[in-house]
Design a protein around this ligand. Structure first.
Ligand code: PGA
Length: 233
């Protein structure tokens, strides 16, 4: 399977930085290479594959400061990240809210990058499989067609920390995700995310059941992100 690489730029980069970034991406035209910039820069990257980092669960209305899946679709965006641990942690997003957002995004024909992951305590207490199952069950409640959904497994403790689980651990967790979803889909893509960078991509790329990578911090440098991408090709 062709690996999907997603650059999650988070709340980084100025407009000038973004112009440079877009220029640097000129030579790559690959629907499996997706950039997720702040909302205000999404159109700068089009018609390349872009993802929003979040969306609301209503199409329109009096919700000051929110962006709807319908609005994203209307400007030509095809992907949205939902359930990122930073949204769960800092913005109080529960599994129920995440489920509503996924449903609303699917109704608007968006493709979903659904993030799940365990905390350090849960990992140390060997609760990872249980946490994964719960997040998948609640986040995907009443959603049976997973054709437009991919999963990003991102241990909370690996995000931005420079630490990653071992390859064999990641392999087991990704396998568990695929097994948990096997009744709904036999071909769902499952990505790994959390401190993926140029130093560890060669190693991480050896994980046999990993369908791609969600890259945060390292994607602030377009040069580094491009190198990570080419390592997986
Ligand atoms: P990181 O972030 O690569 O900086 O750990 C990954 C993410 O938050 O998606």
């Amino acid at each position: 399977m062709t690996k999907t690489i997603i650059g999650n730029l988070k709340m980084n980069l100025s407009k000038t930085d973004i112009k440079e970034y877009v220029k640097e991406l000129r030579e790559i035209n690959d629907e499996n290479f997706i950039i997720a910039p702040a909302f205000i820069y999404l159109t700068e990257f089009l018609p390349k594959a872009v993802s929003a980092q979040n969306c609301y669960y209503y199409d329109e209305g009096a919700f000051t400061g929110e962006i709807s899946p319908k609005q994203l679709k209307s400007i030509g965006v095809n992907y949205v990240i939902i359930g990122h641990s930073e949204r769960r942690q800092h913005f109080g997003e529960t599994d129920e809210i995440i489920n509503q957002k996924i449903k609303a995004a699917l109704q608007n024909d968006l493709k979903i990058i659904f993030c799940i992951g365990d905390t350090l305590l849960q990992y140390e207490q060997k609760q990872t499989n249980k946490i994964i199952e719960n997040q998948l069950r609640l986040g995907l409640e009443n959603i049976n067609n997973l054709d437009n959904i991919m999963i990003a497994y991102e241990p909370v403790w690996a995000i931005g920390s420079g630490k990653t689980p071992t390859n064999s651990e990641i392999e087991l967790f990704l396998e568990h995700i695929k097994k948990t979803l096997s009744k709904k889909s036999s071909k769902i893509k499952v990505l790994y995310g959390g401190s993926v960078n140029l130093n560890n991509i060669k190693h991480l790329n050896q994980i046999s059941n990993c369908d791609g990578f969600l890259v945060g911090g390292a994607s602030k440098s377009v040069i580094e992100l491009k190198k990570i991408y080419w390592e997986t090709r």
